[in-house]
Design a protein around this ligand. Structure first.
Ligand code: GDP
Ligand code: IMO
Ligand code: MG
Length: 424
């Protein structure tokens, strides 16, 4: 059986927790898009980790972790993560890297600062945009290049020349040396050199044995549908495909057979960085959600903007991800609110609309139209059976499932793996 874990909002829905939970039975866990812009929180045997590139399913010995072609990889960050998690496990992670995956180099971060996109979009400043741009411009460095140091140095020399030509006044680009960059990559990548190869073939084999032997293969999505480069709130998006639609391309398998697609939905909405957010609540309840939900970025520590659940945006995400079921996370954070608002439509230029405008500039003009649901007073962290949740919580969850046309398979009521209710 193959399962994909997919973010349905602007990221940080709790994909890490859900992946870690489901990976217990998985033989292979694949990260297939994005890079160290992702920050996925995992609590493994009481210890909290923020994973950035190593799949959140890496915490079980014997699970193979794959970084597929759609990713952009920062080897220095990967090395640190690999060592920390391997030390925790007292076992080296079984990590495989696609030869086609592009590498993030120090100059990608420099470019983000020189061009100002970090500030304009509020990126994570991890060099993501410039790395994907080099890939599209066919001047990127790929993991496979590490296997041929001479070729690696030649490619870097060409790239450095281009950078110095484009930014003649920059001290940072003037200081770049192809040999130094190559040595840095080879040094950081040393533990992985023998694990760089054809991950598409490996995933194809895993999927084919999963369909016959009952083995589990997990695909861990990064970011969320509303940050998708094509169908998100452009230009305030990331630089890769973040939805299920992008999975096949990112792993190199046409129409992969993924029977279960879990749409991960936070019980309210958060967003980091710039961009329109119709249901944002500034102050008051927004501040309360931020504090109670611990809404601070795993990668950057920035505070996350908070607001009510947005069904218009979620229906758009459901069309992109095609979830077979939903995991609703952080329901516990809503406890104690007398009323809960849920956005059912927008008002745009005086008209009621139910479609999600793709341009961030249009979304900025949308006013949310809310329906009010009754909240519940009691804490629910200790609940382990769906039937023990308050009736008002049932109504809230059932409304989400009905609107999105997918049943709820998991309800998360705390950050730890055991704080989860499985349904059905
Ligand atoms: P991801 O990027 O989708 O993996 O999500 P993040 O890890 O960036 O953010 C989710 C945050 O919520 C983390 O701090 C998690 O530990 C925490 N979390 C996950 N599920 C729950 C939950 O059900 N309740 C509470 N209170 N916290 C949760
Ligand atoms: P996970 O996987 C939340 C946001 C950034 C910024 C925009 C572009 O943890 O859900 P980038 O650095 O990708 O060029 O930034 O995208 N962003 C995320 N927001 N969670 C993430 O990942 C994100 N990855 C990128 O904040 O607004
Ligand atoms: Mg995150």
């Amino acid at each position: 059986m193959a399962t994909a874990i997919l973010g349905m909002q602007w990221g940080d829905e709790g994909k890490g927790k859900i992946t870690h939970l489901l990976a217990r039975k998985a033989s292979v866990v694949v990260r297939y898009s994005g890079g160290p812009n992702a920050g996925h929180t995992v609590i493994d045997r009481g210890v909290k980790f923020g994973t950035h590139q190593v799949p959140a399913g890496a915490f079980y010995p014997g699970t193979r972790c794959v970084l597929a072609s759609g990713m952009v990889i920062d080897l220095a960050v990967l090395r640190e993560e690999y060592e920390t998690i391997s030390a925790h496990l007292d076992n080296e992670i079984d990590l495989v890297i696609s030869e086609n995956a592009h590498l993030i180099l120090p100059y990608h971060r420099t470019l983000e600062e020189l061009e100002g996109s970090g500030a304009a979009i509020g990126t994570t400043r991890r060099g993501i945009g410039p790395a994907y741009r080099d890939k599209a411009a066919r001047i990127g460095i790929r993991a496979g290049d590490l296997l041929n140091p001479t070729r690696l140095r030649e490619k870097l020399a060409y790239r450095v020349t281009l950078l110095q030509r484009l930014w003649p006044a920059s001290e940072e680009t003037a200081a770049l040396s192809a040999a130094g960059l190559a040595d840095g990559l080879l040094d950081a990548g040393r533990p992985f050199l023998s694990s760089i190869g054809d991950t598409a073939g490996m995933i194809r084999d895993a999927l084919s044995s999963a369909s016959t032997t009952g083995e589990e293969v997990l695909f861990e999505g990064a970011q969320g549908a509303l940050l998708d480069i094509d169908f998100g709130t452009y230009p305030c998006v990331t630089s890769s495909a973040t939805t299920f639609a992008g999975l096949g391309q990112a792993i190199g398998i046409p129409n992969p057979c993924v029977e279960r697609r879990i749409g991960v939905v936070k019980a309210y909405t958060t967003r980091v960085g710039r961009g329109s957010f119709p249901t944002e609540i500034t102050g008051g309840i927004g501040a309360r959600l931020q504090e109670k939900g611990g809404e601070f970025g795993v990668t950057t520590g920035r505070s996350r903007r908070c607001g009510w659940l947005d069904l218009v945006a979620l229906k758009h995400a459901a069309r992109l991800n095609g979830p077979t079921d939903l995991a609703i996370t952080k329901l516990d954070v809503l406890s104690g609110l007398p009323e809960i608002e849920i956005c059912v439509a927008y008002r745009l230029r005086g008209e009621r609309i139910v479609h999600f405008p793709l341009a961030d500039e249009d979304l900025a003009l949308c006013q949310p139209i809310y329906e009010t649901l009754v909240g519940w007073e009691e804490g629910i962290e200790g609940v382990r059976k769906y039937s023990d949740l308050p009736q008002e919580a049932h109504k809230y969850l059932e409304r989400i499932a009905a609107e999105l046309g997918a049943p709820i398979g998991l309800v998360s009521i705390g950050p730890a793996p055991e704080e989860t209710i499985a349904i059905g």
